[in-house]
Design a binder for this molecule. Structure first.
Ligand code: PLP
Length: 446
């Protein structure tokens, strides 16, 4: 078992660290959403985490519903994972040569996701998504790609168009530094709009290499692609010879063992995407991501085919040890049933608390991923696309976020982000979270 460390003493304040950080790091952070710009206030500098909890530099404890933005599905410092990482580190940090663990991790992903026959391991979701697009273009000999408004697929140039989360937070529909020529082949359509994608295929179907989607979009909080929408995209891709790319960086091994594609296969018999992109959970908190497809499509990659991809740290031995140990735990029978039930308990607790306070609210979850919105009217359903998400109550969310943070509950610091529950969150953690929410919402309603 993990040694129980003493709670950290307050050594510096979050504010002092933030001021110091801003001198040496742009905005004081290494990924924009961490700066709390969307919600205001001072970011918490995290000193340590264990199980479902994180402690900041001031020694304040938080129940963590970010989980490093998804990877920490077992909670922090799981003993078996920690042990695997330490053992791997003793054997060597990086070799730049193939290792048995990479093969084991590839086999484990393939075993659980039937659409995949081969995978390539990389170091970030951005890299995996970027290469998946290159592979789709290389395999089809076409240039155009379709993505959807509010979906984020990493920060590769061609994909930085109307992406959600951090970009939504900063109000940039796209990024400076991306020449228009680079995104000229990226078509951005409305999420869940069947008619629009039908028209697009009718007009340009022969030029479309792939359609890329976040099946449950976690970068505009939590918005499911409807079953008819996914089914129709599958048909259109088949009809026009385009590839269907599921970006499961967030949903992969998070919403179900078979990932989001297995959730859609429940309603669309035989459903499979052509290419899948993974990250987050498969690395268990270490820099690791992957993309996979049929053997036929993957043969296009170097060294077999002409689509180039490489990485100094790809398949890193410590990261693969972390990912493998994580997958070993989450493939145990009953894991997702328990995680899904706990996540549902959180969402229904929050929903009840909002109802009791008379605050219009909707929430949803799948497996260990959840989202919620402060809507404009009671009875308003879950948002189906980015524009509807943007029209929900941002100021109310921001007040709720800070109220919860003050009560030791760490939610994502922007309403455009999904939340995550880990297997280490106990019933008592959920109850404490719901009690805090009830308190905050009572004040909000007053
Ligand atoms: N795709 C999705 C759906 C994501 O949520 C993210 C990151 O949040 C990425 C891709 C990019 O992954 P990374 O941050 O590891 O580059």
């Amino acid at each position: 078992t993990t040694p129980c460390l003493p709670e950290p003493r307050a050594v510096s304040t979050n504010q002092a660290l933030f001021e110091r950080a801003q001198l040496s790091i742009p905005g004081g952070v290494n990924s924009p959403v961490r700066a709390f710009r969307a919600v205001g206030g001072t970011p918490r500098f995290i000193a340590r985490a264990q199980g479902p909890y994180m402690w900041d530099a001031e020694g304040q404890r938080y129940i963590d519903y970010i989980g490093s933005w998804g990877p920490m599905i077992l909670g922090h410092g799981h003993p078996a994972v920690l042990d695997a990482v330490i053992r791997a580190a003793h054997e060597g940090f990086s070799f730049g040569a193939p290792t048995e663990r990479e093969v084991e991790l590839a086999e484990e992903i393939i075993r659980n996701v039937p659409s995949i026959e081969q995978v390539r391991l990389v170091s970030s979701g951005t890299e995996a998504g970027m290469t998946a697009i290159r592979l789709a273009r290389g395999a089809t000999g076409r240039s155009k790609i379709i993505k959807f408004e509010g979906c984020y697929h990493g920060h590769a140039d061609a994909l930085l168009v109307k992406a959600g989360s951090g970009l939504a937070t900063f109000g940039h529909p796209t990024s400076a530094g991306v020449p228009p020529e680079v995104v000229q082949h990226t078509l951005v359509l409305e999420f869940n709009n069947i008619e629009q994608i039908e028209e697009t295929f009718k007009a340009q179907g022969g030029d479309i290499a792939c359609v890329m989607i976040e099946p449950i979009a976690g970068n505009m909080n939590f918005v499911r692609a409807s079953v008819p929408f996914v089914k129709r995209i599958r048909e259109l891709c088949d009809q026009y010879g385009a590839l269907f790319v599921f970006d499961e960086v967030m949903t992969g091994f998070r919403v179900a063992l078979g990932s989001a594609q297995s959730v859609y296969a429940r309603d669309i018999p035989g459903f499979q995407p052509d290419i899948s992109v993974f990250g987050k959970v498969i690395g268990g908190g270490m820099p690791l991501a992957a993309f996979g497809s049929s053997r036929k499509i993957m043969q296009n990659l170097a060294p077999l085919g002409g689509v180039y991809q490489a990485g100094t740290l790809s398949g890193n031995p410590v990261a693969t040890a972390c990912g493998l140990a994580t997958l070993k735990e989450i493939t145990k029978p009953g894991f997702y049933e328990a995680l899904g039930a706990r996540t549902q308990a959180l969402v229904s607790g929050l929903t009840e608390a909002a109802k009791a306070a008379g605050v219009p609210f909707v929430g949803d979850s799948e497996g260990g991923m959840f989202g919620f919105f402060f809507t404009n009217h009671a009875g308003e359903g879950l948002p189906q696309n980015y524009n509807v998400v943007m029209a929900t109550q941002k100021e109310r969310f921001n007040r709720f976020f800070h109220g919860m943070l003050d009560r030791g509950v760490y939610l994502a610091p922007a309403l455009y982000e999904a939340g995550f529950v880990s297997a280490s969150h106990t019933e008592a953690d959920i109850a404490a979270t719901v009690a805090a929410a009830a308190d905050v919402l009572r004040i909000e309603a007053a």
